[in-house]
Design a protein around this ligand. Sequence first.
Ligand SMILES: Cc1ncc(COP(=O)(O)O)c(C=O)c1O
Length: 404
Amino acid sequence: MSVKGFSKFFSKRTELMRASEIRELLKVVESRDVISLAGGLPDPSTFPKEELAEIASYVIREYGEMALQYGTTQGARILREALCHFMARVMILCKPENILITTGSQQALDLISRTLIDPGDLVIVELPTYLAAINVFKLSQPKFIGIPIDEDGMRTDILEEKLRQIYGEGKKVKFVYTVPTAQNPSGVTMSNDRRKHLLELAEKYDFLVIEDDPYSHFLFEPVSFKHLKAMDTSGRVVYISTISKILSPGIRIGWIIAHEELISVFERAKQNLDLHTPTLNQYIVAEAIKRRVIERHLPRVKELYRKKKNIMLEALEEYFPEGSRWTKPVGGLFVFAYLPEGIDTKALLPKAIEHGVIYVPGKSFFVDGSGANTMRLNFSYPPPSKIVEGIRRLGNLLKSELGK
Ligand SMILES: Cc1ncc(COP(=O)(O)O)c(C=O)c1O
């Protein structure tokens, strides 16, 4: 007899697991002639295929006995050492002991969620912030507090006010999660003054700061900033990054840089998840860093994304209705648009799909339920002609909704 309905077997925890809206949307797109401005995929022409093919075969021949073997949970020392050199370029000085290799930086977020959050803990995030971070933190049932951003990143003046109120009520904050540089979804970068202010507040109120940094390595407009981790004097910044946008997301290599005491608890949690990140991939990335593949490759990536970003901004200027505004990203893969009040981008999505274009409704990036009139638009993946056509279709739809 076949089983009728499996949900009765599911754990309570699965009720907290929401399928990523973006992934659900991508499934729709695959089956139709729809221009996708939704996902966050790098342009596949940026993958250094020949060099990686050569490195993969070299690594198997040269290091096969280790590279094809089980490894330690913390990660291959050869990669942790290579990453120390790589990070020293941006003044983040660390020892291999301070690094944990993760299976993409998404796993780093999961480890943080598992090891730092108890139900009811206060966790502060930006409004808007990275959707998948919200989803993975939610599994540990924190209470979120959202702090608005502007073109200089998180409004630390509002954060300070909030902290005064929270601590005045005798409560404490566990951590502030921020994507301070070329933020996802907005593309904005936190000013140095605000970074300093955030760290001062962290000292004063004794909370951790999670610096999620997938984008600072390929900024395509000039910006002056210091990484929070490079300014961290007390060890309270947990830095996470990834090769997904600068080499390949398919290799799934990310890393955490943190105090050894934190690294050891993250390591314990990771052991239960996957024992370790694929050893072969770790050796490939270590060799790619050693051969300076990323550094040689980045100027081309930056130039390509700068062009695509400008094409999207010009198309928005031309086609979007009056009363809309959007961010002018200095890096990352997205423009975030704020539309006239009254537009509900989630409700509009089925019509957009009929019009042959898809985006991510912005509301899911806001932990306070706001953002109904916002949308995230990706410029890294579609070819230029599709960026323009996608924005044209969306603009026309928005104008007809507004009766213009
Ligand atoms: C802010 C941020 N954090 C983490 C990730 C996860 O990246 P990965 O797991 O590919 O390293 C992404 C991916 O888009 C991101 O934008």
